[in-house]
Design a protein around this ligand. Structure first.
Ligand code: NAD
Ligand code: UD1
Length: 313
């Protein structure tokens, strides 16, 4: 291990801050580049001498180049994570979600940094899964600017792999949940919104009939895979699904929440979101072959930890 830092773009956010903790615990130095649009300083242990926070925008090539200087590897997480936000404001999200990736690739080429771990998304498959486990070769069908930017980012990373010997590890995350996922906006992840509202006794709104399914992954399980991707000596081409091969409907998730909390407030159902995916479930064979999978944290265990974290805030 060299003393050079690992750059985490979006490191002050939900996933990025858990990854920061894990890398610091392993003795790495971490440099975070984050514009704090949804991330928070308070997510980071800034009193640790091994962490540095650069407040800046990945859409600014100069800032990215400065942040890249002297790093040994990059985990590129900075993006507008909300699919719905990309539908409402495609221009702004494109700056972060695509131009940001291109800037990371260019800065890596210039600084001769090879390894990049990238957060792509199950959203690239659109509705092609039709309820079956989706493997990586399933035709892509991006339904939203968010999904289009993620898929374009994957193609650019592969271009830089072929032309400039970058070593991209491209993960297609399914739905990640856990403590620190910010529940404060309508654009937030569904589990964080429902958990906070349930804990406060506020009514819950499901968009659609609640029978849409997602493959939920607890954040600490994902982080164990991300750390391996930073460290693995060899990278094979091709994107990798990060899911548990388990479909949970929103209605089932609400039942689990009710079991953990004892009861939940009234639930109402309204119109489904435009561009919303109906069913999403990962075939995770490639992930299992290439990485050591942690034992899955069960939904109720994850919900319990998330709720405890909310209640101390
Ligand atoms: P998050 O919103 O908590 O984290 C994103 C971070 O990026 C935040 O700290 C935000 O301030 C920062 N950021 C946004 N735009 C930026 C910009 N232009 N410049 C610098 N920083 C910027 O969301 P998250 O759930 O932790 O998502 C992390 C990554 O994982 C994103 O790329 C997201 O698309 C991807 N992803 C998330 C999920 C999920 O279920 N949470 C699933 C698939 C993919
Ligand atoms: C999520 C991630 C996205 C990721 C994708 C991968 C967030 C904010 N989004 O998108 O980054 O690429 O998984 O699969 O982390 N819903 C409600 N009520 C609410 C909020 C949401 O019913 O108050 C519904 C939505 O309509 C949707 C489901 O819950 O059907 C999940 O929504 P959301 O958590 O926003 O996630 P995805 O759109 O799946």
């Amino acid at each position: 291990m060299t003393h050079n830092p690992i750059l985490i773009t979006g490191g002050a956010g939900f996933i990025g801050s858990h990854l920061t903790d894990a890398l610091l615990a392993k003795g790495y130095a971490v440099r975070v580049l984050d514009d704090l649009s949804t991330g928070k300083r308070s997510n980071l242990p800034l009193d640790n001498a091994k962490i540095e926070l650069i407040e800046g925008d990945v859409a600014d090539a100069q800032v990215v180049a400065q942040a890249m200087s002297g790093c040994q590897a990059v985990v590129h997480l900075a993006a507008v994570a909300s699919v719905q936000a990309s539908v409402d404001d495609p221009v702004r999200t494109h700056q972060s979600n695509f131009i940001g990736t291109l800037n990371v690739c260019e800065a890596m080429r210039q600084a001769s940094v090879k390894r990049v771990v990238f957060a792509s998304s199950a959203a690239v498959y659109g509705n092609n899964g039709e309820g079956h486990p989706i493997d990586e070769e399933t035709p892509k069908a991006p339904l939203t600017p968010y999904a289009s930017d993620k898929l374009a980012s994957e193609y650019y990373l592969d271009f830089y792999r072929r032309e400039h010997a970058l070593e991209p590890v491209i993960f297609r995350f399914f739905n990640i949940f856990g403590p620190r996922q910010d529940p404060s906006s309508p654009y937030s992840g569904v589990i964080s919104i429902f958990s906070e509202r349930a804990q406060k006794g506020l009514p819950i709104t499901v968009f659609g009939d609640g029978e849409q399914t997602r493959d939920f992954v607890y954040v600490e399980d994902l982080v164990k895979v991300l750390v391996q991707a930073v460290e693995t000596p060899q990278v094979k081409p091709g994107a990798i699904n990060v899911g548990m091969n388990k479909a949970t409907s929103l209605n089932q998730m609400l039942e689990a929440l009710a079991e953990v909390l004892g009861q939940i407030p009234p639930v109402s159902y309204s119109e489904a979101r435009s561009g919303d995916i109906r069913h999403s479930r990962a075939n995770n064979q490639r992930l299992v072959e290439r990485f050591t999978m942690p034992e899955q944290t069960l939904m109720k265990v994850g919900l319990d930890r998330l709720l405890k974290n909310l209640s101390v805030k």
